[in-house]
Structures are given as C-alpha cells and as structure tokens.
Design a binder for this molecule. Structure first.
Ligand SMILES: [Zn+2]
Length: 511
C-alpha cells in the first residue's frame, strides 16, 4: 500500500515537473512571424527575379508590421534591395517613409533582373533586363504615389539633383503638417470579403483547435532542394499558404496553432508534439507535390495506414479534397477521389501522421504539383495561394458543420471500479442536438457502431430513444488498467474523434 502511494506521488511530481519543463516544444509565436519579415527583404536581393518579385508581392501581407524592415531595406548595400524596398513602401503608404525615400533620390543604383538558379544557371527566360538608376526612379515613383505630389519627371537623370532639392525643401517646410492623401483604389479587384466570403456554416469552427503544419523549412541553403522548374521553394509556398489558412480560421473564432512561422527547420517529431502537447483537435500538414512527370497536376490528401485506423481523419480528408478541388480545379481526375494511404510511400507511413495522438484526426495535404511549371509559376502569386488556403478552409468548415459525434461514460461514474464485471452505460451524441433545439435524439447509424474493450469488439445494446448504449464484459476483467473505445457516425457520416476511455479494476482488499 505504501509503495503504491509512493509511486503515485512520484508520478504526480514527475508530471508536474514535465509541465514546467521549458524543453516542451511550443507552437510558433507571433514574434517568430514578425521576425521573418526581414527574410523577405533579404530575398529582394535574390538573383532569381521570380523569387525577388514574388517576395515584393507578398510582403504587403504583413501590412504596417513590414515598415521598419523596409525602411532598413532602403539602406541595404544591395541596390536591388533598396529599389524593391522603395516599391514595397509605396504599397503600404505611411508618413514615416517619406524622408528616407527623399534621401534615396540622390543615390544611383542599377538593377539587373534575370532568372538564375542557386548555382548561377539561367533557368527561365522570363526576365533579362537591366535598369539604370532603378533606385532613384523607384524612390521618386514611390514618393509620388505616397504623397500625391510631383516635383519633376521620372527618368531624366540630369534633373535628379534639382528634383531632390525640391523634395527636401518641401519636406523641411511642410513635412510636419503634411497629411497623407486618402487612397482611391484604382483596382478592379473585388474586396477581400467578396472574393473570399466566410460562409455562415463556418461558425462551427469556433473554439476548434487546429494545428497547421507548413511542410519543410530551414533548408534553403541546399542547392535545388524541393524547388520547382523556375526555382520556387515548396517550403515557402507551404508557409505562405499556412498563414492565409490561419487568417481564415481566426476570422471564425477557431484557434489555429502553427508548427512554424518562418523558414525554420522543425523535426517531424516536434511537429506532432505541437499538436499532441497543446490540445489540438485536428492536424493538417500542408505540402505541395513533386514528380518526374512534369505535366502532373493533381491533389492528394494522405491519411495514415488504413481508413479504419482513424475514421475521423477520413471524414476530414474527404471534405478538404472536395472543397479544395472545387476552388482550385486540377486537370487530372483522380479516380480514387484523391485520398491515399501514406503506406504507399513509406511502409510505416508519414512521421507527422504516425506519432500523432490517437485522439487527433490528422491528414497530409499535397495540394498541387510544384514540379509542373504552370502551377509553380502560379504559386508565386499571393492570390493563388490564398485561393488554395480558402479551399482547405472551406473543407474544414464543412467538416465541422456536419457535426462531430462524441460519447460519455455515464455508468459507472468513477473510472476506478471495484466490480470486475461492471455494467457500462454510455451516452452518445451526434454533435448536432444543440443546433436543432427540439429534436434531441442522436441521429446515428446504429447498425454500424463498434464498441471495443481493450481493443477487441464486444456486443452491446443500443437504445435509440435515450441515445444510450449498454454493455457488460462477458467474463470478469483482470485487476488493473483497461480501455474502451467506440466508433460510430452521425447522419452526415462524420465519425467521433478517437477518444480512449481508460479505467481500472481495483477490487477492494479483503480484511
Ligand atoms: Zn513536401
């Protein structure tokens, strides 16, 4: 008895220590994402114009948070970084940029745009041009765009000294009182809300903890590593998509957790630990695919092992596939409807799905092929990645809209049981009762329920009137730990998440 108490006490102490252990892997913080902005400014210097230009297009995503990094970029030793920083500042108009941009008018700097690979090979004919005075020209363009003022033409090098002086005089005189003009959007693009409407049914995402795992990262220095034909990195597309997806989820009150929010290496184990240790309900790993067949264009959602392993993961996978392909249609029809087992690639399956807690449905999405040049070029466009993220988001929203069934053991009330052949009574919920108000009966497929005691199916009685299930072990259970797991689905064919109920049989000591 003493030994038992001692063991219990040490267990409690140990688990308390574990909770305070700083080694526990944390989800990506806001600071990580903010620090990462500096990397996009550095990417302006890329000798692959497709990389620097897509970085320029993307940095606007960070809004005013990008300003300090861009202002720093105006002083960069590389003229291309100075030039692109000036352009980026015109897209995030702010008064703090005016003086540093004026200082740049007197600074000549040429820019050469080419599409070169990591090792200097020319890989795409998209750009091959040189812009003399690019820094000065773009500083002026940016100033005109931000202030709505002009003190002379752009492109006439001989007049730049005079123009720079006029800007300086104006700023010294009127700078303090100057108010930025209201921007009129001369764009035919629809506003964000019209392009990506949040459907009413997304309300059921509220408070759901979703772990988003942008695949790869931190391996940019490896020449050609997971890059498409024009040098686009898969890790980068995954990350950007993950951020857009996080934003959509946040809008509906879901709680997204990111495994990384920068170009950082995270081990497969740590990715699963973020989900396992921080109470994630769902796990979605985000990838783009590669194959030798360069025309491949398809979407695959991968599940672990067999459909039976985690039926709830299959439900989520199906919704993601359907909604994604309706938003981002792929040329190739997948005859098996896009769902594949990870054992087709590795005998033991994918690391991020394998080590995931049994309670968390998880999938790995290979959304599009970056080995296909056509698709890869689209992936540099923030709108395409946002469209992809929107497709996954709608899949998750529809999945939760269909309701998540669950169960609760109502008898015996304690999970330490003194009788070796206890009668169990279990309350089922279809996950939809709370929504209808008047129809409280669980709508479940009663013929397709499975009740497992210690991993083996047992027979049970189901009472549809009370939505309860009863069973008793056919023979007395041994002393010690036991488990119950139930699999069933509601009328929308959504399965319950794989909760395992643990109890122990401890017969009273005889005196
Ligand atoms: Zn990948």
């Amino acid at each position: 008895m003493f030994l038992k108490r001692f063991l219990l006490l040490s267990f409690v102490l140990l688990s308390l220590c574990a909770q305070e252990n700083p080694e526990i892997i944390q989800p990506a913080s806001r600071e990580e994402g903010l620090k990462d902005i500096g990397r996009y400014v550095e990417l302006f210097a890329s000798r692959n114009a497709l990389v620097s230009l897509s970085s320029l297009d993307y940095i606007r995503y960070f809004g005013k948070d990008a300003l300090p990094f861009l202002l720093q970029g105006l002083k960069h030793s590389d003229s291309q970084v100075r030039c692109f920083s000036a352009i980026a500042l015109s897209r995030i108009p702010d008064k703090s940029s005016i003086a540093p941009l004026i200082a740049l008018i007197s600074e000549p700097g040429t820019m050469n745009l080419q599409v070169l690979s990591d090792d200097g090979q020319k890989i795409h004919p998209a750009y091959d041009m040189s812009f003399k005075n690019a820094v000065q020209d773009n500083a002026l363009r940016s100033l005109q765009s931000i202030t709505g003022l002009s003190f002379g033409p752009i492109g006439e090098e001989s007049k730049y000294k005079e123009i720079a002086q006029k800007w300086q005089e104006w700023w010294a005189k009127d700078g303090k009182s100057f108010v930025l003009p209201q921007k009129i959007e001369l764009s035919n693009l629809l506003p964000e809300e019209a392009k990506y409407p949040i459907p009413d049914y997304a309300v059921y995402l509220k408070d759901v903890r979703i772990c988003l795992d942008p695949g790869h990262g931190g391996e940019s220095e490896k020449v050609g590593y997971k890059r498409g034909p024009s040098g686009n990195q898969e890790a980068e597309s995954n990350l950007r998509l993950g951020r857009y997806l996080r934003d959509f989820l946040k809008k509906c009150g879901a709680i997204p957790l990111m495994t990384r929010d920068s170009d950082r290496f995270v081990s497969l184990k740590d990715r699963t630990q973020v989900a396992n240790l921080h109470g994630a309900n769902l796990f979605v790993s985000i990838h783009h695919n590669w194959t030798y067949r360069y025309t491949a264009q398809a979407t695959t959602i991968w599940y672990h092992k067999t459909p039976d392993y985690k039926p709830a993961a299959m439900d989520m996978a199906r919704y993601i596939f359907q909604e994604f392909t309706s938003k981002v249609p792929m040329r190739e029809l997948d005859a098996s409807m896009g769902l594949k087992s990870d054992t087709l690639i590795y005998q033991i399956g994918f690391g991020v799905l394998r080590d995931l807690s049994p309670e968390i449905p998880g999938v790995l999405c290979e959304l599009a092929f970056f080995s296909n040049l056509e698709t890869e070029l689209k992936m540099r466009d923030p709108e395409f990645l946002k469209q992809e993220a929107y497709g996954v988001f709608l899949g998750l929203a529809r999945y939760l809209y269909a309701g998540i069934p669950s169960y609760k053991i109502i008898e015996p009330k304690e999970n330490i049981i003194s009788c070796s052949q206890p009668e169990f009574k279990i309350q089922l919920s279809d996950g939809l009762e709370e929504r209808t108000g008047w129809d409280k009966q669980a709508k479940v497929f009663a013929r397709q329920m499975v009740v497992e005691l210690d991993g083996k199916p047992v027979s049970y009685q189901y009472n549809p009137a009370t939505s309860t299930l009863e069973f008793m072990p056919s023979s007395p259970l041994s002393q010690g730990e036991h488990s119950i797991q139930i699999f069933f689905m509601n009328l929308n064919k959504n399965h319950n998440w794989g909760k395992i109920y643990r109890f122990s049989i401890q017969e009273k000591e005889k005196k």
